[in-house]
Design a protein around this ligand. Structure first.
Ligand SMILES: Nc1nc2c(ncn2[C@@H]2O[C@H](COP(=O)(O)OP(=O)(O)OP(=O)(O)O)[C@@H](O)[C@H]2O)c(=O)[nH]1
Ligand SMILES: [Mg+2]
Length: 393
């Protein structure tokens, strides 16, 4: 049977769940797909809890989209929703922009209130430019004292305001992912209310459709008999089947032609900024491409190793270092979906909480333009966030 072509009937947005471990992110994600699949079975399929937290390797068949994503539709929008499996992955995905969220659902357990990772995720969301947040006050079924719910709501609004969001204007919806998943009609309604808040509060972003095509590569798959497929979220521009492309960064450039494009398993003639795409590349071997490179219009972006940057060092309270840094500091630099080691040169030692101007020399060239954001990590911890300034080499 021919696979059904993707129809762009509604605006597409990328959102995700964030929040402290065990506050119910995955349960809520499953509940959203269940409730929406009941509203319109032709638009949304139910994705069960145990199908969400899964390893990529298990699904590496077909031209499948990045498996961390779940797809659903409200009456007015099409969403790709990412539920990052663990805290470490979450931080990495957020800060490298791999997730490229247009908005986020901050999940806070009404039983526990805001916790350290709740704060860390809010801080990161702000730093990496997640523009809008809606709060799911989850596990509301387990809290019977309304004053306690009010208290937790106040606490969350406070936290959001403290870190630069508009805490007063942010929708806070009392939900129970678990009870909705079990089919309870009252809590099913709470999920509908949450989705209405997302539809109304997170605006459709302006997509950059006019710049040259660029997509950071998140995953590389082989399809027997067809070739190599790369997946990712299109950062800018438009790609059509038959277009020439180039794989750039971390080694020699590879040129190819995009011979097939899919989104969520459905073929499409053209993918655009904001879409999650899987792109089949002609004549490319699996070993020739990898995560961390970008797929781009040939000649539109170049790899670089040396640049000036403005860097913010996360304070200790934000999850950063305890001690300062000085010249010759050698952390990992995360650009988009990849990371590479580099050396920092700075005029004077800097402390956590400082913003400093530095020169960076990378061990391997990365596709970049002035303005590109990056994260600085060491020992699995995010310790800084920066922006590329003048490019030197
Ligand atoms: N009472 C109640 N329990 C819930 C609700 N949502 C989730 N839980 C329970 O909370 C626990 C954690 O749920 P998960 O959905 O795995 O939480 P998570 O945030 O995805 O956890 P991590 O991915 O490990 O960070 C499970 O035992 C759920 O059954 C809810 O709305 N009400
Ligand atoms: Mg989870």
């Amino acid at each position: 049977m021919m696979k059904q072509e993707f129809v762009r009937a509604k605006p597409h947005l990328n959102i995700g769940t964030m929040g402290h471990v065990d506050h119910g992110k995955t349960t809520l994600t499953a509940a959203i797909t269940k409730v929406l699949s009941e509203v319109d079975p032709s638009a949304t399929s139910f994705t069960a809890f145990d199908r969400i937290d899964r390893a990529p390797e298990e699904l590496a068949r077909g031209i499948t989209i990045n498996i961390a994503h779940v797809e659903y539709e409200t009456p007015t929008r099409h969403y790709a929703h990412v539920d990052m499996p663990g805290h470490a992955d979450y931080v990495k995905n957020m800060i490298t922009g791999a997730a490229q969220l247009d908005g986020a659902i901050l999940v806070v357990s009404a039983e526990d209130g805001t916790m350290p990772q709740t704060r860390e995720h809010v801080v990161l969301a702000r730093r990496v430019g997640v523009p809008h947040v809606v709060v799911a006050l989850n596990k509301a079924d387990a809290v019977h004292d309304p004053e306690l719910l009010d208290l937790v709501e106040l606490e969350v609004r406070d936290l959001l305001s403290r870190y630069g969001f508009d805490g007063d204007a942010t929708p806070v919806v009392r939900v129970s992912g678990l009870r909705a998943l079990q089919g309870d009609p009252v809590w099913t309604q709470s999920i509908i209310a949450l989705l209405e808040a997302v539809d109304n509060h997170v605006p459709v972003p302006d997509r950059d459709l006019t710049s040259p095509f660029l997509m950071p590569i998140e995953n590389v798959l082989t399809i027997t008999g067809r070739g190599t497929v790369v997946t990712g979220a299109v950062e800018r521009g438009v790609i059509s089947t038959g277009d020439n492309v180039e794989v750039i960064g971390l080694g020699a450039a590879v040129t190819s032609v995009a011979t097939g494009i899919e989104t969520f398993g459905k073929p499409m003639q053209q993918a655009q900024a904001g879409d999650n795409a899987a792109i089949l590349l002609r004549g490319v071997r699996r070993g020739d491409v990898r995560r961390g490179q970008v797929l781009a219009l040939p000649g539109s972006v170049a790899p670089h190793t040396r640049f000036r940057a403005s860097v913010y060092l996360l304070s200790h309270a934000e999850g950063g270092r305890h001690t300062g840094i000085s010249t010759n500091y050698r952390p990992q630099f995360h650009f988009r979906t990849g990371d590479v080691v580099g050396v920092v040169e700075l005029d004077a030692p800097a402390l956590p909480g400082d913003t400093v101007e530095v020169t960076v020399e990378l061990g391997k060239a990365v596709a970049m333009d002035t303005g590109l954001g990056f994260a600085i990590r060491e020992g699995g911890k995010t310790v800084g966030a920066g922006t590329v300034g003048e490019i030197l080499a």
